[in-house]
Design a binder for this molecule. Structure first.
Ligand SMILES: C[S@@+](CC[C@H](N)C(=O)[O-])C[C@H]1O[C@@H](n2cnc3c(N)ncnc32)[C@H](O)[C@@H]1O
Length: 272
């Protein structure tokens, strides 16, 4: 895995065009047509969510911090009743790679389906293997799907805006940093998809081994949320934190490599 090296970049601080680019995209809509394969993948993910709730009952987003064990099934858990109980609570693990984080998150929130999404077949093929689960079963709420995030997120936002899904937690762990200044608009926060990403989840957690990526991501979030508030300051109930952290036990393959190489890791948490 090319990853244990620190990020090297010709950029020493936040990108000079960050504010201009983020402001521009905050006012526009990303219109690239959605690929058929991601529509199909999204339909599979929706089916998993429906079947999960059919089997075990519906997660309560207000309980997301405290849910410790699977809700017992009840007589109200027919497909019809579940549909009436929308929105369904769903957690996303975007760019999950080999899927380890999906297992950790699924164990943390056992009553909520957790969808790990990645475009790499080779990485997803490793998801759920015994070395990741320490010999235990894959949690029944973990699901992996191959898809393009820029399309999957827009389909997911449609569900959120239609009141069908709610996403209390969205993990974006160690996205490709695109460290060259000339490639900066491939970073999620300098891409037209960023307002969609921010609108999707109530809590977004970004992890990265590049401090500049973390600081840019946090700054870009402030800019977009300000734009949405029509020139006001970031809405009062929004919290954006950006800090270094030291995971006790690594939760992803990249996190493990970086920790072994004693790199400082960064985390941005956005609560809207
Ligand atoms: C640096 S790896 C991190 C993987 C994992 N989160 C980890 O920490 O081990 C970034 C992952 O994001 C995936 N990825 C990047 N851009 C993507 C996109 N637009 N759609 C889907 N997956 C993407 C890559 O395939 C890769 O597995």
């Amino acid at each position: 895995m090319p990853g244990a090296n620190s990020v090297t970049s010709n950029q020493e601080t936040l990108h000079k065009d960050l504010e201009e680019v983020v402001r521009k995209y905050a006012r526009t809509t990303f219109l690239r047509p959605i690929a058929d394969h991601t529509r199909e993948a999204f339909a599979e993910a929706e089916e998993f969510v429906r079947k999960f709730y059919n089997a075990v009952g519906k997660g309560d987003p207000s309980q997301v911090e405290t849910i410790k064990c699977m809700d017992p099934p009840s007589e109200d858990d027919s497909a019809e009743n579940i549909a009436k109980q929308a929105p369904l609570t769903v957690i996303l693990d975007s760019g999950c790679g080999t899927g380890e984080s999906t297992i950790h998150i699924a164990r943390r929130f056992p009553s909520i389906p957790v969808i790990g999404i990645d475009k790499s077949c080779a990485r997803l093929d490793k998801a759920g293997n015994p070395s990741q689960t320490a010999g235990e079963d894959v949690p029944p709420n973990a699901f992996w799907i191959r898809a393009e995030l820029l399309d999957f997120w827009r389909l997911a936002l449609e569900r959120v805006q239609a009141g069908e899904w709610t996403i209390p937690y969205h993990a974006v762990y160690y996205p490709n940093p695109w460290p060259k200044q000339s490639e900066a608009t491939r970073r999620f926060h300098m891409h037209p998809i960023f307002p969609t990403l921010l609108a999707l989840g109530k809590v977004i957690e970004l992890r990265t081994n590049w401090e500049i990526y973390a600081r840019e991501f946090a700054e870009a979030a402030k800019i977009v949320l300000n734009e949405n508030a029509e020139g006001a300051t970031v809405p009062a109930n929004t919290q954006i934190t950006c800090e270094s952290f030291d995971p006790v036990a690594p939760e992803t393959a990249f996190e493990r490599k970086y920790k072994e190489a004693r790199q400082t890791l960064w985390r941005v948490v956005i609560k809207t």
